[in-house]
Design a protein around this ligand. Structure first.
Ligand SMILES: C[S@@+](CC[C@H](N)C(=O)[O-])C[C@H]1O[C@@H](n2cnc3c(N)ncnc32)[C@H](O)[C@@H]1O
Length: 136
């Protein structure tokens, strides 16, 4: 994090509140999934579909190195890992980092706006799903 230009405290606080109860309610992540015009598709199926389509579009295959900006609870990281990719997620939520690390995922506490040059050239693909709206 960069103390001169911190992540808006309301964003971090918002996720701290969500992270207290969303997982307990069965939310596997923090976006609405992918319905592709099928309003009857169950939430879980929409989430699973999104976790396949986004890595497909980003060309994530075995051996690929993926950065997931705003990785939430790690759904995309898991899907990429299942393909044999090396997936790293960043988030501004300390609770999401704890949860992800506990689950064996590579999740770091970082604001994408402050990633240093040591992150350059380390990834073949980048996904930012449902996080763009926070980057203002
Ligand atoms: C709506 S959630 C989306 C989570 C997940 N990608 C999904 O598909 O459900 C937004 C995510 O963006 C993260 N985020 C917000 N601002 C960020 C920033 N500046 N740098 C990195 N992550 C950020 C939040 O911590 C949260 O994990």
């Amino acid at each position: 994090m960069n103390p001169a230009n911190p992540t808006a405290p309301t964003i971090v606080a918002c996720y701290s509140v969500y992270d207290d109860f969303f997982p307990a309610l069965g939310f596997t992540d923090l976006t609405d999934g992918m319905y592709e015009g099928d309003a009857g598709r169950p939430y879980e199926a929409a989430q699973a579909r999104q976790a396949e389509v986004l890595p497909d579009r980003a060309g994530v295959a075995a051996g690929a190195r993926l950065l997931d900006i705003g990785c939430g609870y790690g759904r995309i990281l898991r899907a990429a890992g299942a393909r044999g990719a090396a997936a790293c997620g960043i988030t501004v939520s300390p609770e999401q980092v704890r949860r992800g690390v506990r689950a064996g995922l590579n999740v770091r506490l970082a604001d994408y706006r402050h990633l240093g040059p040591e992150w350059d050239g380390r990834f073949d693909a980048v996904i930012a799903n449902g996080s763009l709206e926070h980057f203002v």
